[in-house]
Design a protein around this ligand. Structure first.
Ligand code: 13P
Ligand code: ZN
Length: 267
């Protein structure tokens, strides 16, 4: 199997093993490099299925993506990749896409495709084209944490930075949060893509999280770090927090690791 498909499948299953993908929860898209798409072209079907997109993504014209299927289970991806994931190509005018491989038996790409594509547009733009991965997961602790705070990025980011020393180094910009909205639509896609311009990850209150990165490792690691910090916070809060990492310590940490911590979120 092509290495890019192997790496993609591994990430799907790793997320399942973490407990982030109950039933069909969560989805993953990867913007393929030209050589990776070339490597997979032997798989492409001559009978492509074509669909119109509810959002226009001219910035992604001609790009190839690997995507999970709507209603498909991450748990089953390694067993039958061709039924649970697929490769799509965005039309030259950015208004539709074709399914070139996989998503067999009439399966469509994830219902969160509008969020994924608009998030790709945002992160491509802020990363100078280096961001390739957008990942949506349903981790229990970060979702539980969203019930304990107002939907405010500063509050959330400070809690996470204070809950594990590595956090300020891994996401010095902080983490965004969107208040509850109906999932699967273009409105939540628009709002998430605005926030993900500023932050590498955005929590969907009472639902889960979207994360982005240049590689599968970076993206998985980001969500893993956020989720673990949320777990530590909830445990510490349950036990009773009597002290935490100070803002001065966060600044010292950022200096030591050469990252620009978001000063707006410090006191
Ligand atoms: P899909 O099965 O359509 O990917 O939806 C899962 C999900 O997590 C929706 O937010
Ligand atoms: Zn979801």
């Amino acid at each position: 199997m092509q290495k890019v498909l192997e790496d993609y499948i591994r990430m799907c299953y790793d997320g399942f093993l973490q407990g982030w993908h109950e039933r069909n929860g969560g989805n993953l898209t990867y913007r393929m490099k030209a050589e990776e798409a070339e490597d997979c072209c032997g798989l492409f079907s001559p009978d492509v299925r074509h669909f119109t997109l509810p959002v226009e993504v001219s910035q992604l014209a001609g790009e190839y993506f690997i995507t999970t299927g709507s209603g498909r289970y991450m748990r089953n991806v390694p067993l039958a990749p061709e039924k649970n994931i697929g490769i799509i190509k965005i039309d030259d005018d950015g208004k539709g896409y074709s399914i070139l491989w996989g998503l067999e038996d009439g399966v469509k790409p994830t219902s969160e495709l509008p969020s994924h594509l608009l998030n790709h547009v945002s992160r491509m733009s802020v990363s100078g084209g280096r961001c390739r991965v957008i990942y949506h997961a349903h981790p229990a602790n970060i979702t539980a944490l969203s019930y304990t705070i107002e939907p405010d990025a500063k509050t959330l980011s400070r809690i996470l930075w204070q809950s594990e020393t590595e956090c300020a180094v891994v996401f010095p910009q902080g983490v965004g949060i969107l208040d509850w909205m109906i999932p699967g639509g273009t409105e939540i896609a628009q709002k998430t893509s605005e926030l993900i311009r500023k932050y590498p990850a955005v929590v969907w209150a009472f639902h889960g999280i979207f994360g982005s990165g240049e590689t599968f490792d970076e993206t998985f690691g980001l969500i893993h770090t956020i989720e673990k910090a949320a777990e530590i916070y909830l445990k510490a809060k349950g036990a009773g927090i009597i002290r935490t990492i100070s803002d001065d310590q966060l600044r010292i940490l950022a200096d030591a690791f050469g990252v620009a911590i978001n000063e707006d979120f410090l006191k």
